[in-house]
Structures are given as C-alpha cells and as structure tokens.
Design a protein around this ligand. Structure first.
Ligand code: ATP
Ligand code: MG
Length: 724
C-alpha cells in the first residue's frame, strides 16, 4: 500500500504511517495547520478498505463542508487499489447530510426550510403579531436561536428574568410551534432531531452502531455539542473512532463549537492512541513562522511547535493602502501583474474576516473583468436582505413608478408582497396616482400603525430625492434599523447586532464616493449587469478563477497565493469580540466577564492563524489606513508578529472623491513594508543538510532539553538559529 502511495508521489512520514496503520480503537491526531491531518485521514480510510478489506458501507467519514466531502471522495477514489465504485458505497458526508439521511431513512418526512429568507418571514410574522416589529430583527433572533440549539439548550429552559428574555423566549417558542404545525424543519433541526431520534429509539441507534464500525471525523475541533453527542452515541459500541483536528483552529465557538471535545478526548476515551504530526508540508518556512508567531500569544491552547520544510526567498508581505478602495485597486494591479508573468487565477485566494469586507474588491474584480468565485453568497452586496430594501427606497425616490422597487419596499411595511402588489396594480388600472404606493392605504385589514407607517414612509421617500446618497442612506437607516440597533450593551443580541451594523456602515462607505443618488444607483446597476454577464460566461473560464471567501470558509483549504484583506483593529479582532459584556450568559455559563473577553479575543487570534496558514507559497496581508471613513490601526495580531507593521504609512493622502469605475490602479496609494524578515530566532536545525527541517525554540526550558531526532530524516538536530 505505502509503496503504491509513493509511486503516486505521496511519501508519508513515520507518524503519518503510524496513524494510517491504526486499526481498532480510538485515535486522536491533534496537530497544527498543514501537517497532513486530512491527508492521513484519507489514506487511513483507503488502508482500511484495501488492506484490511473493510466493506465501504461500514465506513463513515464526516467532513466540515460539502466541498471538503466532494474533494475527499475524489481523493479516496485515486488511492491504491480503489476506484469510483468504492467511494460511491461509503458515506463521506457533512454532519447535516448524514443526519438528514438518517432522519429520512427513519420516516421523517418534514419539509426542510432551506432558504433563510423564509425563516425570516416567519419570524417577522410572529413579531408583528406581538407588536414587537420595531424591537427585533429576525436575522439576529435566528442566529441566537441557532447557537442555543447547537448546544442542545432547550428553549423551554431559557431564563425569563428581563423583559427582553421573556420576549425572546416567547418568539422562539412561537417559531418552534409554527414549524411543528406546518410539518417543517429548519437546518438546525436536522441535527437536533437526529440526536433526539438516536436518543429515543434504541433500534435505530443499534443499527447505526452495527453499520458504521469505523468512524473518522475531520476538523474535530469545531464540532458542537449536538454533533459531538451524535458521534459519541454511534461510536459507543466499538470505539473505532478516529478524530483529527487542531485546537488552534477552533473558529466556530460562538456558533456552538467547543474545542474541549478535542482537548479532553483522552478523558472520554482513555485507551485513545495519540499521533502527533509536527511537520508542516504546506507552507514556506516564513509563513509557518508567521503563523506560529501569531498563535503563540494564545493561552488556552495545547503548545505545539510546527517544523517547516519548504524554504523560499519569498517572505510574507505587508501592505498599507489608504482606503478599502485603494486596497482593491492594489489587489487588482497585483493580480494582473502575476497573470502577465504567467500566473493562474485559480492559484489565488482572497480572504477576509467578514463578508462585508469584500464589497470593494468584488466591485473592482467585476469592473475589470477578472474571473472569480465568491464562496460567500450568490447575492451581491447590494442584494443582501438588509441592503436591498434601502436601495429599493433610493430607487423609488427617483422613479416613483418603479414597481420592482415598490415590491422590495413592502416587507419593511409588513405588507405581503403578492397582496400589496395586487392592490397597487388593480387600483392603478382604475386611477393612476403620482405615488402608486398610496393605493396601499386601501388594503383591507391594514392596522392603524401600518397606515401611519405607510404615510410616513412616502414622506421619507419624497424627501430623499434631493439628498446626497450618504445622507439619504442615513435617513433610511434611521427610520428602519436604528431603534433596533441602538445597542443596549447588556442585551443578549448585541453581539449579533454588531455584525449587522457593519453591513450598514459598509453601505454608507460605498455611497460616500458618489455625489448624487443617481450616480450611485447607476454604479450599482453597472456592477450588477457585469456580474450577470460574468455568470453567463461561467464555462469559458473553467475552474481557473480567483477564490473569494471569509476566513471561516477557508478552513482546511490551501492556495499557492493568499491575500488577506482588511487586517485592522475592529475587524481582526472583530469589534463584536471586543466587548465582554456583549456575550451571552446562557451560552457561556459560568464564565466571568474577563474569561469571556479573553476567550473571544483568542478566537479572533485563531482566525488570524487559520488565515495565514492557508498560504502555500505567498502571503500578502493588507491593512487600510482609513476604513469606512475612520482611521484604522493595523491588527494587533500582526503588529506583534510583523516588526514595523505599525509604523508603515501610506504614501498618499486620503483621496475621498468619487471613484472612477475602471480607474487605473494608483500605485502611489500603496506603501509596502518590504517583508517580515529581520528577526533571528533560536531553533533546532536538522544537521543532515538534506531536509532543511527546523523548529523554533520557544522557551528557555526547551533550550535546556536535548533535541529530538529530526522527524523527517532521523538525523540529529542541533541548536542553531533561523531568520523569520
Ligand atoms: P489543516 O490544518 O489546514 O486542515 P491538514 O493538517 O489537514 O491542514 P493537509 O491538508 O492534509 O493538512 O496537508 C497539507 C499539505 O501538505 C497538502 O498539500 C498535502 O498534500 C501535503 N502533505 C501532507 N503530508 C505530506 C507528506 N508526507 N509529504 C509531502 N506533502 C504532504
Ligand atoms: Mg485538514
């Protein structure tokens, strides 16, 4: 098997081979980024199939995303002695896909609500019935509900001390009741109901235990309570459970993930074997070094030292453009130069902390006709649920008979689209009005407050016509969202609200570039048209496209060239993580305020670590000097890892002015700090001179100890130094 693997160019190191050979009992591989955890998982599955002759139907392989599952299936197919037939018979699935299948096979026929917009509509209806439409936003409530469910917190047990707590609990209960009556399940229910099924039906559980005699889970550090319990139950009988992960890469804990599950694996499975992988095969030494320099500031972690194997002259680069728009221009320029020099789009990935950071870069990519895939959402920034109604109001202010925009305005008035549009069109046919929206006053069953709202809204829309785009957006925002977003610091929802605010701030930052609403609307239209054209021409480019995604989505992936954008305070770490008061007591039971803020900050640092460790050969990080119109400081995570990052200044003054759609990139706006080179650190260095392996000596105690043999070639390691 291993010889065959080598023939395919896969030379596993000794601990990797050990993990692949592991046959029965629990196995834990807790290791740093890029050390081959996923590789080992795939090879072991192939080993079980082709050497131990385990039937493919007995294997269950859980991955983090659908994309990862597809890739894994493909890799298994290519393994020695296997083919597509085998992988078709095994279950390589995400938790959701696995649980849904289990439910369906056991008679659960509920329809799945797969569109979050539909969930929002349901919540909106509940809010309206309780007169709470101006107090809460559906999206925020749904994300809070989701975190409770992932931790198996029963809604019935939620506290009811404050008025807010009582209201939230009632809304959640009404939503659950609605689903029950309608015979529907949402995405989270898939896991919760599967858990319930296994708990209450011993026959189903027993049959799964008998079927899945070998279970493997990738990215185990991000399993949440419900997922963990499901796996536990199925593995309970045979204990053939292999989990791989990296506690430094837990990045979903505010969504319910708990890295204690991986850190305390031995407590649960005392006989568990551990295999440590400490060689990074993915990235060049300076990228590995930067990752290590970032993550070592975390306290809540298992200390690991990663050896680097790939040497390169090319160091990570740090760039300080003046603004996000300059950042986007610099990026376009850099990508173009690489393409001219023979590079491939498909080798590049652009990562950012939150989806709204990608607004400027997506616009520029579209306007410059560069091929990309946005892994975030199929909606453009201006089509997002929070932004679209605002744009529709702007449209109406300029074209009062734009029926499409009118339809977009209706939900914010709590009027059903179909019913609303029907009455407008019927009445228009009888007597056309200057403001067709006025017909809505004739809607039967319209409540008094809705009539009032409607009149005020028309007044607001009229007043927008003469405003500058920024002022107009501020006015709509005030009317729509501000009463809700004015954050009560002690509220359960503040953490989630912070994320929403960011989207609105980004919209303002975008609008600020234009003098008139018309210009702004024209720009949005132009971007949308081009985007559609690009979608239509999809097949032409094949898979050779720049990948755009949030850091969260990039987990487990790797790219030759990685751009990390908007690495500034408030974003990395994100402002939502900076205020301890904002974190939910129910989710973080028992934690003190200080614990909470430390935990939140450490999670942000792990995000930075995940981001930089995606890069194989080149890493370019940028921190705009001005962000959404305010001065921004470089991310503290970088300042401590990049000497001089805080002193770098942009070369040109802030030029606000309106953007020119396809303006030439202004190189002057970009200041480069050459590289992070310069710090010499104590290190263990392999004396063979062949494999280039080395590891940083991170503490005086470590320096006292004798070096281990080189894990790559087995030669002695000596004390030396390395430039990082
Ligand atoms: P992450 O923590 O990001 O999920 P990982 O530990 O799962 O990373 P892999 O994705 O399995 O790491 O491997 C990282 C890269 O190293 C891949 O390109 C893989 O092909 C390569 N690799 C793994 N093991 C070896 C090896 N023994 N020799 C050469 N390359 C290897
Ligand atoms: Mg992996």
């Amino acid at each position: 098997f291993f010889r065959e693997l080598e023939r395919q160019g896969i030379h596993l190191n000794r601990p990797q081979v050990q993990a692949v050979r592991h046959f029965k009992g629990p196995l834990l591989t807790l290791a740093g980024a890029g050390s081959g955890k996923t590789t080992v998982l795939v090879c072991r599955v192939a080993y079980l199939l082709s050497v131990h002759r385990i039937h493919p139907g007995n294997l269950l392989l859980i991955t983090f995303s659908k994309k990862a599952a597809e890739e894994m299936r493909e890799r298994i197919t290519r393994m020695p002695g296997l083919g597509p037939g085998v992988s078709a018979m095994m279950q390589v699935r995400t938790f959701h896909a696995f649980c849904l299948r289990t439910l369906r096979m056991n008679g659960w026929e509920q329809e799945i609500i797969s569109d979050s917009r539909y969930q929002q509509i349901v919540i909106k209806r509940i809010l309206l019935s309780k007169g709470l439409q101006d107090t809460y936003q559906p999206e925020v409530l749904l994300s809070l509900l989701s975190s409770y469910k992932m931790q198996l917190i029963d809604i019935a047990t939620l506290p009811e001390k404050t008025e807010e707590e009582q209201e939230i609990k009632q809304i959640f209960q009404a939503y659950e009741q609605w689903k029950l009556e309608q015979h529907k399940m949402d995405f989270d229910d898939i896991l919760v109901k599967a858990h319930e099924l296994l708990q209450t039906n011993p026959d189903v559980l027993r049959s799964l235990q008998r079927k899945f005699t070998y279970i493997s889970v990738d990215e185990f550090q991000d399993t949440n309570t419900v997922q963990y319990e499901i796996i536990q139950m199925i593995a309970q009988h045979h204990h053939n459970l292999m989990v791989v992960g990296d506690d430094d890469q837990t990045i979903y804990s505010f969504n319910g993930a708990r890295n204690e599950f991986i850190l305390q694996f031995h407590e649960k499975y005392e006989s568990a074997k551990t295999v440590t992988l400490d060689i990074n095969y993915r990235s060049t030494a300076s990228i590995v070094g930067l990752g290590n320099a970032i993550i070592r500031h975390n306290v809540q972690r298992k200390n690991k030292t990663l050896l680097a194997t790939r040497q390169s002259e090319c160091k990570p680069q740090y760039i300080r453009p003046v603004s996000s728009d300059d950042e986007a221009e610099w990026l376009i320029d850099d990508i173009r130069q690489r393409i001219e020099a023979g590079g491939r789009y498909g080798d590049m990935a652009v990562l950012y902390r939150s989806a709204s950071n990608s607004r400027a870069i997506i616009e520029q990519l579209i306007l410059h006709n560069l091929p990309f895939i946005d892994y975030g959402s199929s909606d453009s920034f201006y089509e997002q649920w929070m932004v679209k109604p605002i744009i529709d109001h702007l449209r109406l202010s300029h074209e009062r008979r734009n029926f499409e925009a009118m339809e977009g305005v209706l939900p914010s008035l709590y009027i059903g689209r179909e019913q609303g549009m029907r009455i407008i069109q019927e009445q228009e046919a009888v007597q056309a009005k200057k403001w067709p929206l006025i017909h809505l006053l004739g809607l039967p069953l319209l409540k008094e407050f809705q009539k009032e709202k409607l009149k005020n809204r028309i007044k607001l829309i009229k007043s927008l016509a003469d405003m500058k785009p920024l002022t107009a957006i501020q006015a709509i925002r005030k009317d729509f969202y501000d009463s809700f977003l004015e954050t009560n610091k002690r509220s359960k929802l503040s953490h989630h609200k912070e994320m929403l605010k960011e989207t609105l701030d980004e919209l303002e930052a975008s609008a600020k570039r234009f003098d008139t609403v018309e210009q702004f609307l024209y720009f949005i239209h132009e971007v949308a048209e081009k985007r559609n054209e690009m979608h239509a021409a999809k097949r032409e480019h094949g898979a050779d496209k720049i990948a755009l995604m949030t850091i969260h989505k990039s987990k487990g992936l790797e790219f030759p060239i990685v751009y990390l954008l908007c690495a500034i305070e408030g974003n990395m770490p994100h402002s939502s993580a900076l205020a301890a008061d904002q974190l939910d007591d129910v989710l973080l039971a028992g934690a003190t305020r200080r614990d909470k803020s430390d935990a939140a900050l450490e999670e942000e640092r792990r995000l930075a670590y995940v981001a930089v460790t995606r890069a194989k050969a080149e890493l370019l990080i940028s921190s705009p000097v001005f962000f959404r119109g305010k001065k921004a400081e470089p991310s503290r995570f970088l300042v401590s890892a990049f000497p001089g990052a805080d002193k770098a200044v942009a070369a040109s003054p802030v030029g606000a002015g309106p953007v020119r759609a396809a303006a030439a990139p202004s190189k002057a706006a970009v200041a480069r700090v050459k590289s992070a080179a310069g710090e010499r650190v104590a290190a263990w260095v392999c004396s063979s001179g062949r494999c280039n392996a080395w590891a940083r000596i991170s503490s005086p105690q470590e320096a006292q100890r004798a070096a281990k043999a080189c894990p790559l070639c087995g030669e002695a390691m000596h004390k030396g130094s390395k430039l990082v």
